[in-house]
Design a protein around this ligand. Structure first.
Ligand SMILES: Nc1ncnc2c1ncn2[C@@H]1O[C@H](COP(=O)(O)OP(=O)(O)O)[C@@H](O)[C@H]1O
Ligand SMILES: [Mg+2]
Length: 255
């Protein structure tokens, strides 16, 4: 099984420590979510996994090989990801397929499959500027999946969406995770979002950034096994987990 490992990673910027000895392990069927207050190093750690930031200490590997640059085994989606506004949704996804050397005749068919996977089956002909924020983010995910990555790296991918759209996108993400067989490493500010999505939650604290707790909730696996998301959120165990996670995030914060 694919395996992404950040082992005792320390990150400095201009000689100042931003992250100290953080370890994060993502297996190919994991959905790992990083949470923590602003500035605790979530984006920095995701960027190490992406091959965009080099740690001063520690090792980052994918399937045992050192990560030293971006690669097609990892696809990254940021909060406001740049799509080509003058192209249609289908053309945006097909562009990623072209980069992979997929034949033109095959591209449109495969792009439509990917759009269907993100529940945009009818939007292939729409231009990006015609789509809502949530739909654009779905196109971004379809484009990321076009690379058939082993790992999806997501930095607050739902952060710019309104609450209702965001809630719907959470189940879309879970469906994608199940269908794509990609491991996920995702950053979020949302406490409920972390609980709904994660097989493992890694809580970071700032000053410098470090791992303080991990949780292994079972809510996303319950959803994958067929339980309704509303029923899961109404479970008293969900409220208990929310309280514990909130405490872990704000522990040690000056009042
Ligand atoms: N490119 C950079 N140059 C200098 N400092 C940075 C840079 N990126 C992040 N930092 C600093 O590193 C710390 C962690 O930042 P970041 O990883 O963005 O945290 P988070 O995503 O959890 O908010 C912060 O103190 C931030 O100011
Ligand atoms: Mg960040």
């Amino acid at each position: 099984m694919p395996h992404l490992v950040l082992d005792r990673i320390s990150i400095h910027y201009d000689g100042h420590p931003a992250v100290e000895r953080a370890s994060i392990d993502v297996a190919g069927d994991d959905f790992v979510v990083l949470v923590g207050r602003s500035g605790c190093g979530k984006t920095s750690l995701l960027n190490v996994a992406a091959g965009l930031v080099t740690p001063v200490r520690g090792t980052a590997t994918i399937n045992g090989r050192p990560i030293s640059a971006p690669g097609s085994d990892r696809a990254v989606v940021f909060q406001n990801d740049a799509l080509f506004p003058w192209l249609t949704a289908r053309e945006n996804v097909a562009f990623a397929l072209r980069l992979r050397g997929i034949r033109p005749a095959e591209r449109a068919r495969r792009a439509d499959e990917l759009l269907a996977l993100v529940k945009l089956a009818d939007a292939g002909d729409k231009h990006i500027w015609e789509l809502s924020g949530g739909m654009r983010q779905r196109v971004g995910l379809a484009r990321a999946l076009a690379a058939e990555p082993q790992f999806l790296l997501l930095d607050e991918p739902l952060g710019a969406l309104d609450a209702l759209t965001r809630e719907r996108m959470q189940t879309t993400l879970l469906d994608l995770w199940t269908a794509s067989h990609a491991g996920v490493l995702m950053v979020t500010h949302g406490i409920e979002e972390a609980l709904v999505l994660a097989t493992r939650i890694v809580v970071l604290a700032p000053g410098p950034g470090r791992v303080v707790r991990t949780f292994e909730p079972d809510f996303s696996r319950r959803y994958a096994a067929g339980e309704a998301i509303r029923a899961i959120k109404a479970d008293p165990a969900f409220a208990t987990a929310r309280g514990e996670l909130t405490d872990a995030i704000f522990e040690g914060e000056a009042a």
